[in-house]
Design a protein around this ligand. Structure first.
Ligand code: PA5
Length: 403
């Protein structure tokens, strides 16, 4: 279950609904992520490949950039985090650091490994370099290299499509009408997740259940989008997505990628970033408490954490006399409430998004909540949520410089 808590005035609600309706028609070719078919049409192959990977390999390399990997990473790291035993997972293909890649390649040397390469265009430099380096590593070690390579790309063009056809790699499809950052519930996210041991049926059930809430326009995603816009109109141009659990770090990174690339197309927009408390209360918390105050916070809070520890507070100080059996989850919650009150003294407002627990079902709800909110919010800010023309600029320049 997901709950959004915010206080906004919702002026001109009907006008916004009409605008979103109009934009839904204009962007209909990019709204494939709202169509359940794109999550289900390859499910049989996804189950089959995931089982094969889990049976045969001890290490999975997930190779992709931007929207092609942030989603699956968000779910895998949130649900399993440091607790994951096997298979080991490495994410690469999203940077060009020799140091990072060499370390990853060394790890590959030590385990029975496979790679899932994900790129809608099949042309992303970071991803193709990651794939090439891993493939060459495989060639030195294995005779069945092609069997260990799974490709997820579009269905007719690009380097990865061509090479996967030539080499006979197993291939899944990125649907034409789904953009990278809206694709984690298609093969793009589902194969890596299932291979890692995530229950994708529960994840998809969460998405399906959340979608039912969108039948009426006055739903949590729209309320959140309108709240953000209202804050922006009142001079708050930064949003800190705050969690009180480090397991959610990659979910927060996914949110930054989603909103940053969807909305960041003019001067008049919210800068999306994130904090992990209470860790960051000992650093950037100072800036929030006494800095310019031109920001708002959205707290992502987990209500029913299944894991809890008992703390004897009394041991630390007389201030805590009698508090010798305190739930750590409750301490975390009390500190969250205290922080809200403290930050409000610097005129910082806090929105709340509550989920019941960090599991596949709740995270399915949460990601769809954000994706729909991002669509509506981008429309409110006058941005096309589905393109990223700015991203192309550095690519054009480096292509010339590399020669
Ligand atoms: O969200 C997006 O569309 C982008 O971040 C892309 O996912 C990213 O640029 C990678 O593109 P591709 O999947 O073509 O490799």
């Amino acid at each position: 279950m997901i709950k959004f808590i915010g206080e906004t005035k919702f002026i001109e609600f009907e006008k916004v609904e009409k605008l979103v309706e109009e934009k839904s028609k204009e962007y209909s070719d990019y709204l494939g992520w709202t169509d359940e078919f794109n999550s289900t049409f390859e499910l049989d192959k996804i189950y089959e490949y995931a089982q094969e990977i889990r049976d045969k390999y001890k290490l999975i390399v997930i190779c992709g950039a931007g929207g092609s990997y942030t989603g699956s990473r968000a779910i895998i790291e949130s649900v399993q985090g440091e607790l994951r035993d096997e298979p080991k997972i490495i994410f690469l293909g999203h940077d060009l650091s020799s140091r990072y890649l060499r370390t990853a390649l060394k790890l590959i040397d030590n385990y029975e490994a496979c790679i899932i390469v994900i790129s809608k265009s099949g042309e992303t430099l970071e991803t193709n370099i990651g794939y090439q380096l891993v493939r060459e590593g495989f060639k030195k070690k294995y005779t069945d290299v092609s069997d260990r390579i799974y490709v997820i790309t579009n269905c007719n063009s690009g380097y990865l499509y061509d090479i996967s056809k030539k080499e006979g790699y197993k291939r899944l499809t990125v649907p034409k009408n789904v953009g990278g950052r809206y694709s984690l519930h298609t093969s793009v996210g589902l194969l890596p997740m299932a291979a890692a041991g995530i229950n994708i049926d529960e994840f998809l059930r969460g998405i399906r259940d959340y979608k039912r809430k969108l039948v009426t326009f006055d739903n949590p995603s729209v309320q959140y989008a309108l709240s953000r816009k209202e804050f922006y109109d009142n001079g708050k141009n930064k949003e800190f997505l705050v969690s009180y659990d480090p397991s959610l770090k990659f979910l927060q990174e996914w949110y930054v990628q989603l909103f940053g690339e969807s909305e960041g197309k003019s001067d008049n927009v919210i800068f999306p970033t994130y904090l992990t408390n209470t860790t960051d209360l000992h650093s950037i918390g100072q800036y929030i408490q006494e800095g310019p105050g031109d920001l708002f916070e959205t707290v992502l809070f987990v209500n029913e954490n299944k894991i809890d520890l008992e703390i004897n507070l009394e041991e630390f100080s007389n201030d805590y006399a009698g508090l010798n059996k305190y739930s750590l989850n409750n301490i975390n919650k009390v500190v969250m409430e205290a922080t809200k009150v403290a930050h409000s003294k610097n005129n910082i407002d806090t929105l709340m998004i509550e989920i019941n627990s960090i599991d596949e079902y709740n995270l399915g709800q949460l990601v769809y909540f954000f994706m729909y909110a991002c669509f509506v919010s981008s429309v409110l800010f006058g941005a096309n949520p589905f393109n990223q023309p700015g991203v192309e600029q550095y690519k054009q320049i480096y292509k010339k410089l590399l020669r």
